[in-house]
Design a binder for this molecule. Structure first.
Ligand SMILES: Nc1ncnc2c1ncn2[C@@H]1O[C@H](COP(=O)(O)OP(=O)(O)O)[C@@H](O)[C@H]1O
Ligand SMILES: O=C(O)[C@H](O)[C@@H](O)[C@H](O)[C@H](O)COP(=O)(O)O
Length: 159
């Protein structure tokens, strides 16, 4: 979640491996605002469950989601095989508690209804293109205080 200078929050959503942390961090840098990783808001019990390969239940998720829901939503969308490969690699590198085995349960639960105000972005695009698209969506109105120059390799280390 990125929070800008006006206190507006944007929630980057998607199943595990979609690229939320990577793009959330980049977006926050380009907007010069704070980035909060939703993973840091899970109680330890939720993380321990997932570490053990047990999917969270709605009861586990609801208090966590209620803390995070007050923002605009952006969904990072990709096919299961791409996401699974990313998670296998990330887990093999010892970078995250989340096992790839839980991906399928998340894909089955993720359900976006027609008409929900969620901006969808193809999560297989390059990180810079994804962040530029989110930036364009957020500031399609005329907010003069934001630096709207296109992102470039000067801004970020590529994934
Ligand atoms: N657009 C992208 N293209 C290719 N790989 C990516 C992209 N975004 C993220 N990754 C890689 O995929 C993995 C998962 O990204 P991460 O940001 O941790 O996802 P999430 O927070 O949604 O679980 C990481 O290893 C990251 O380097
Ligand atoms: O509700 C859930 O099942 C989890 O909160 C889930 O949304 C999240 O994916 C994990 O915390 C793993 O973290 P990453 O998505 O950052 O891999």
């Amino acid at each position: 979640m990125a929070i800008d200078h006006k206190g507006r929050a944007v929630v980057i959503m998607g199943v595990s491996g979609a690229g939320k942390s990577t793009k959330g961090d980049m977006l926050a840098k380009v907007l010069n605002c704070s980035f909060l990783d939703a993973d840091d808001f899970h109680p330890l019990l939720n993380k321990e469950k997932m570490r053990q390969g047990i999917s969270l239940s709605n009861e586990d998720r609801i208090p966590w989601l209620e803390m995070l829901r007050d923002g605009q939503f952006v969904l990072l969308d990709a096919e299961a095989d791409v996401l699974a490969a990313r998670l296998e690699k990330r887990a093999a590198e010892g970078k995250h508690f989340m096992p790839a085995a839980l991906l399928q349960s998340q894909l089955e639960l993720l359900n976006i209804d027609e008409g929900e105000e969620i901006f969808k972005v193809d999560a297989t695009l390059s990180p810079l293109v994804i962040v530029s698209k989110i930036q364009a969506f957020l500031f399609s109105d005329s907010d003069q205080t934001i630096d709207k120059r296109p992102l470039g390799i000067r801004n970020f280390k590529e994934v």
